[in-house]
Design a protein around this ligand. Structure first.
Ligand SMILES: [Ca+2]
Ligand SMILES: [Ca+2]
Ligand SMILES: [Ca+2]
Length: 306
């Protein structure tokens, strides 16, 4: 009887030890990951100006239990027409979704000399870093928003671990991409002088850091003072691709023709030859135009406006 009691007690002890071992093994990897922090979590910047967002994702099973870590920046939580990216911790690769959210672009290692981009933003992999410590994984995303992605956006995070646990989507911040002002560039030749009744080519450039597509109207005045009367005063409408010349009294726009078309636009002081009026894009942000004109002999200033 005594012998039997001892035996039973031993079995109970053994069983509870076994339970602890089983429970401990089953517990590893089952803690859900957490969308932890975004820094900065609010602010503004201009398009085409790189900035770094730091995101942290945590998992009580250790950061190595994290599998995919996402950051989505958009007006609403959506994958289309926005910044939607993830980091694959197991393969150490970065991805960015295409405009229509059908394809993952990239698959590049942080620190590599790659850029991943869609029509709204880009990730500079060389300046993007990832580090893990204990339960926390930190990603410093080096992002450039394009001029097509202006306005106030929300920032969302998502993560899942090796077991497939998630924290769902969390809104972790807001960010505003501002429209930068355009600037006038150069007039060539400057200074210049011409003979009357001869055709001359004047080149002007205009720049917008949001991309040249963000430029709407480009103006030039050639006059002895800043006035649109009795002079050469013209503008180019970039969105409609039309060029116009102001009348003598500075009351009406004349013309409205395509650069390159066989039109001329005249007032009493000059003629704009549309056939030789060329619009060129010099770079991502700069727009240049060549303006052939005939004007009188007086020395004129060249005020330009955009
Ligand atoms: Ca986990
Ligand atoms: Ca959550
Ligand atoms: Ca702009």
């Amino acid at each position: 009887m005594f012998f039997r009691l001892i035996k039973v007690t031993f079995l109970i002890l053994f069983t509870s030890s076994l339970l602890i071992i089983i429970r401990g093994t089953a517990h590893a990897g089952t803690n859900p990951p957490v969308n932890d922090t975004l820094s900065p979590s609010s602010g503004t910047n201009y398009a085409n100006t790189p900035l770094t967002f730091a995101t942290t994702y945590t998992d009580l099973d250790g950061y190595t239990d994290l599998k995919h870590c996402y950051l989505n920046i958009n007006t609403t939580q959506s994958q289309k027409y926005c910044f939607y990216a993830y980091y694959n911790r197991g393969t150490n690769k970065l991805y960015l979704k295409d405009d229509l959210a059908t394809t993952w672009y990239g698959g590049y290692t942080p620190g590599s000399t790659n850029t991943i981009e869609n029509s709204y933003c880009s990730i500079n992999c060389a300046s993007t870093t990832v580090s893990g410590s204990g339960t926390t994984l930190t990603i410093n995303w080096n992002i450039t928003f394009k001029g097509t992605f202006q306005g106030t956006k929300n920032c969302y995070m998502y993560v899942y671990d090796a077991t497939g646990n998630t924290d769902g989507w969390d809104t972790v911040g807001t960010w505003t991409i501002q429209n930068s002002s355009p600037t006038v560039g150069t007039v060539t030749p400057n200074p210049g002088s011409v003979e009357p009744e001869t055709e001359n080519l004047i080149t002007t450039t205009y720049t917008d850091n949001d991309g040249y597509q963000n430029i709407k109207y480009c103006y030039i005045i050639i006059n002895s003072r800043l006035s649109g009367s009795n002079c050469f005063y013209a503008y180019y409408n970039r969105s409609t691709n039309k060029v116009s010349l102001r009348d003598d009294a500075n009351t009406t726009w004349l013309g409205g023709y395509d650069p390159g078309s066989s039109n001329t636009i005249s007032n009493s002081y000059c003629t704009l030859n549309c056939a030789n009026y060329a619009i060129r894009q010099y770079g991502d942000n700069q727009l240049g135009s060549n303006i052939p004109t005939q004007h009188d002999r007086n020395q004129k200033q060249l005020p330009i406006h955009v």
